[in-house]
Design a protein around this ligand. Structure first.
Ligand SMILES: Cc1cc2nc3c(=O)[nH]c(=O)nc-3n(C[C@H](O)[C@H](O)[C@H](O)COP(=O)(O)OP(=O)(O)OC[C@H]3O[C@@H](n4cnc5c(N)ncnc54)[C@H](O)[C@@H]3O)c2cc1C
Length: 392
């Protein structure tokens, strides 16, 4: 089995293959978790982020969140926050959401007053939910080290340049190694490359499938007295906002985003400035995060590579074969859903693998030095005095 990408999806799927007795080569061009998986808030969604989530979505998210919880418990990884606040300025929207969440079987209860760091003024209703937040670096490291130590696994640090096909079969993945191009042959290829999936699939087919690459900005705010906070401000179209905290010796860090994303993998400088102005005004209106002049801020842009059946709406987790017998492109729309993505891939592989043998003429490749595990992206953001955010 060849797995392209060592983000959360690649590691979960590789582990499932190993557990099923298969041998696996994982190819990673950067670091473990170094693209989407370390940009994430690490928020284990259950469905409260949506005003009227479908039963299926709630079932999937809750299943994923429960499985992550069990996985983290087994590895001794504690959540950063165990609960989350869901905050509404619009009482009607809050009523609609509460009714829909109850119908979907979600657990939540009314919160009296605003959580620390959030302005009470303007809040119509707020709820406490059971959505936990984790720093996934610990998980990525633990899972990667376990896989890399397994004799059934080979991890190769290389960029997959292209796939090679014969009729409806993928016969190899071409990587650059020691100054030459090497074809890695395998019975089956699973692309877990996030934003890399689109480009790799395009090397063997003109069919674009439902791969979608976008980019989301993230504000990083650090302050000596910022409270720990996990909060979703509803009102996606207008003043929605999402805050998840981390802890450092210099104070708490808020990772702040709204529901805006941009087409493609890069955002223009003007786009960034407009986005910063927008999020600044939401933060100022709804939190005390910008009140303390000792606070510092930074920013990064996070790529998102997804497979969506309906482009305008979230749909759980997805695989696509692009018409090939032994290729699957796998992507979750949320980290929360990666355990379910593993299930779907295993089902598909079980049906297709029998029909494919490892092509002849394949050769071994040097794995090179071990692949490093990426820290969470916010730790690398350059931080500026708060006064400069006012001037953006
Ligand atoms: C800003 C942001 C916040 C988010 N917050 C949350 C959240 O709070 N909760 C949640 O559930 N989800 C969240 N998500 C979604 C979540 O991060 C992703 O769904 C998940 O991390 C996808 O994991 P992945 O392994 O599929 O992709 P990735 O983590 O992107 O892994 C893909 C890997 O493939 C490698 N790769 C790509 N192309 C090649 C190639 N050609 N050759 C070799 N290697 C290659 C990359 O280097 C990368 O390491 C968030 C996403 C973003 C962008």
């Amino acid at each position: 089995m060849l797995v392209v990408g060592a983000g959360a999806s690649g590691l979960i799927i590789a582990q499932r293959f190993v557990d099923a007795g298969l041998t696996v080569t994982i190819v990673e061009r950067g670091s473990v978790g170094g693209e989407q998986s370390n940009h994430s808030h690490g928020y284990m969604h259950r469905g409260h982020i949506y005003l009227t989530p479908s039963l299926e979505l709630v079932r999937n998210l809750s299943n994923g969140a429960d499985r992550w919880r069990a996985e983290m418990d087994a590895l001794g990884i504690e959540p950063i926050n165990d609960n989350s606040s869901l905050l509404f300025t619009n009482a009607y929207e809050a009523d609609v959401a509460a009714a829909a969440w109850s119908r979907a079987g979600l657990t939540f209860h009314e919160q009296v007053g605003a959580p620390p760091g959030v302005e009470q003024e303007g809040l119509a209703r707020s709820f406490i939910t059971q959505e936990a937040t984790f720093d996934f670096t610990q998980w990525l490291r633990a899972r990667y080290e376990r896989l890399a130590a397994d004799p059934a696994v080979k991890v190769v640090q290389a960029n997959v340049l292209r796939l090679e096909r014969e009729s409806t079969a993928i016969v190899g993945a071409v990587v650059a190694s020691g100054g030459e191009e090497v074809v890695l042959a395998s019975s089956f290829v699973v692309l877990c490359g996030g934003i890399g999936n689109l480009e790799l699939a395009a090397t063997v087919t003109q069919f674009r499938g439902n791969a979608l690459n976008r980019s989301s900005p993230m504000l990083v705010l650090r302050g000596p007295e910022l409270p720990s906070l996990s909060a979703v401000f509803h009102g996606h179209e207008t003043h929605g906002m999402f805050i998840a905290s981390r802890h450092t010796d210099e104070g708490t860090v808020w990772l702040v985003s709204n529901y805006v994303s941009y087409a493609g993998e890069a955002i223009t400088a003007t786009g960034v400035r407009l986005w910063l102005r927008d999020i600044r005004s939401t933060l100022r209106d709804r939190t005390s995060g910008l009140d303390d002049p000792r606070n510092v801020w930074g920013y990064y842009s996070a790529p998102k590579g997804e497979l969506r059946n309906i482009r305008t709406s979230i749909n759980s987790h997805n695989v696509q074969s692009y018409g090939f017998d032994n290729l699957l492109v796998a992507a979750p729309t949320k980290l929360t859903l990666t355990p379910l993505l593993g299930d779907v891939v295993m089902d598909e592989v079980a049906q297709r693998l029998r029909r494919h043998k490892r092509p002849a003429g394949s050769r071994d490749i040097e794995t090179g030095s071990p692949v490093s595990v990426s820290p969470e992206r916010w730790t690398e953001a350059t931080l500026h005095p708060l006064s400069s955010l006012v001037d953006v």
